[in-house]
Structure formats: C-alpha cells, structure tokens
Write a protein that binds this ligand. Structure first.
Ligand SMILES: [Fe+2]
Length: 284
C-alpha cells in the first residue's frame, strides 16, 4: 500500500441561510445534477484497446528521436504505451488532488450555492480518478506523482483562503487538464480513451466557471462593502454559545457575502489536528 499524509487545516464554514444568492452557481448545480455519468457503464470498456492505436500521448505530434526510430516496431509501441501511462498517471494524481480540494471547498466556501455545486464536483473528480486508473491499466502501470505537481496540489490543499483554493483549482483544471484533454481527444485513435477524455472534459469546463463565479460574487460584494470589513470567509472567532447552536465551535462574524444581523448565519470550525497530536493509525 502506497500513501503519504500532509497536514491541511481548513476553517469549516456552516451556512444557516439556505436561499440561493448566486444564480449562475445554482444553475450550474442543476446542470451538474442532470449531467452525471457513470464511469462503469458510460465508457465502452468492452472495446479492446489496440496498443498501436494509442500512440504516444506524451508527444503525439512530435517527430520521434532517432534512437526511437531505430527500435523495432514492437519496442516503439511498447515505449509509446509506457510514456502514455506515465503522462496519464500525472492526470490521475491530479484528479485525486482535485477530488480532495473540492471536498475542502464544500467545507470552506461561504455561499450555499457554491457548497452545493462543489459537492457535485467531488463526485465528478471521483469519476475521473476511476476512469484514468482503469484506462492506465490497459497500457502499463501507475507511475509516481511528479514532485512539481505534488507541490502544487499540496499548496492548494494547505492554502488558508478558499479563494486561493478556487484559483488553484482553476489553474489545475484549465491550464493543465483542459488543454491536454482536448488535444488527446482529437489525436487518439482509441475509442475507449476518446470517451474517457471527452466525458472528463465535459465535467471540467463548468468547474472552472464555478470557481470564477464564486470569486466574482465575493469580489463584487467586497467592492461595495464597508471598507472596515474584512474580505473572505469569517476569520475572527467569537466566543461560542449555545443560543446559536455553536457549542464547541468558534462562531465567527458573518462574511461579506453574509447579511449581518443579530443571528449568526455562518459559523466556522477548524478541523486540523492540534500541533504535536499523534497522527491517525496508518493503513498497512
Ligand atoms: Fe477532474
């Protein structure tokens, strides 16, 4: 079993007013519910993959090096398979990171519409993990995560502000994933892989819109808010009390996206282990 752990503190934000306040996000949530697909049944897994048709996904348009040309045809196909599996392993690890970041977003984003939509993105990313893992096994094996990607994903997972997590997701979804998916869908000769990247890309595009909409909504309200208010999610903890169901957690003052008033509509709680606390038992 291969795994590693990092400490990632998030400030969990409860929202107590459930009305929709960001219509584009509520619309996206409705679309996301309708467009759920099943990784087990919506990919034509029954079609066998011809290794020669897969090609080298890591450099589909590049002229092969001379030493590659000198290899037998069989070895060229084997090399291409392994290089493709290496590239797709990077996407696989990225999808796992995206799944975990989206799980955090459900906890930390201040608006209910954003929480609802982020919850659909968790299952989207779970499907992506499922399909990439399943497809890679047709080619070769899962290769280790690259250090740079791991550093990026860990930075987003450990970011303090939900806005940073949104930007990080956008960078991952748009810059890394979307461009690659479009290119691979166009160039692959394997029908199974084409469906894998087409369906994955179908989920990724609205996700980028969601993060943008969340940020725009917050920035827009911040621009018209009292300049003495802090931006972002609640960060100033107040003493917990039982009158607003905040026992055992720190109830923060409302964020800029929350109407202020005597009855708190948001509350936050930190979910990290205390410094020095023992890590949970590791699977073996
Ligand atoms: Fe994804």
């Amino acid at each position: 079993m291969s795994f590693e752990t990092i400490d990632a503190t998030v400030q969990v934000l409860w929202r107590y007013d459930y009305d929709s306040n960001i219509k584009p996000l509520r619309d996206l949530y409705e679309v996301a519910k309708k467009e759920q697909w099943n990784a087990a049944t919506d990919i034509p897994w029954e079609i066998k993959t011809d290794p020669a048709a897969v090609g080298d996904m890591s450099a589909p348009n590049a002229e092969p090096f001379d030493f590659v040309k000198a290899l037998s045809k069989e070895n060229q196909i084997e090399l291409a398979k392994r290089k493709s599996a290496h590239l797709l392993s990077t996407f696989l690890h990225g999808e796992q990171g995206a799944m975990m970041i989206c799980g955090q977003l459900v906890e930390v984003v201040p608006d209910m519409d954003a929480k609802l939509y982020a919850s659909t993105q968790v299952i989207d990313e779970a499907r992506h993990v499922e399909v990439f893992h399943r497809y890679i096994q047709r080619l070769d094996r899962v290769y280790p995560i690259m250090h740079g990607l791991k550093a990026l994903l860990n930075a987003v997972l450990q970011a303090d502000l939900w806005q940073m997590k949104c930007v990080g997701m956008q960078v991952i979804a748009e810059s890394i994933a979307m461009g690659g998916f479009k290119t691979m869908a166009k160039l692959t000769h394997d029908e199974v892989f084409r469906r894998v990247v087409e369906l994955t890309a179908q989920d990724e595009a609205p996700a980028a819109v969601e993060e943008t909409a969340s940020l725009e909504a917050t920035l827009s309200e911040a621009a018209t808010a009292d300049p003495t208010e802090q931006s972002g999610p609640p960060s100033t903890a107040a003493t917990a009390n039982s009158s607003n169901d905040c026992a055992d957690i720190s109830c923060a003052r409302p964020s800029l996206t929350t109407p202020s008033g005597p009855s708190p509509t948001v509350a936050s709680v930190s979910t990290s282990r205390p410094p020095g606390a023992a890590a949970p038992p590791m699977p073996t």
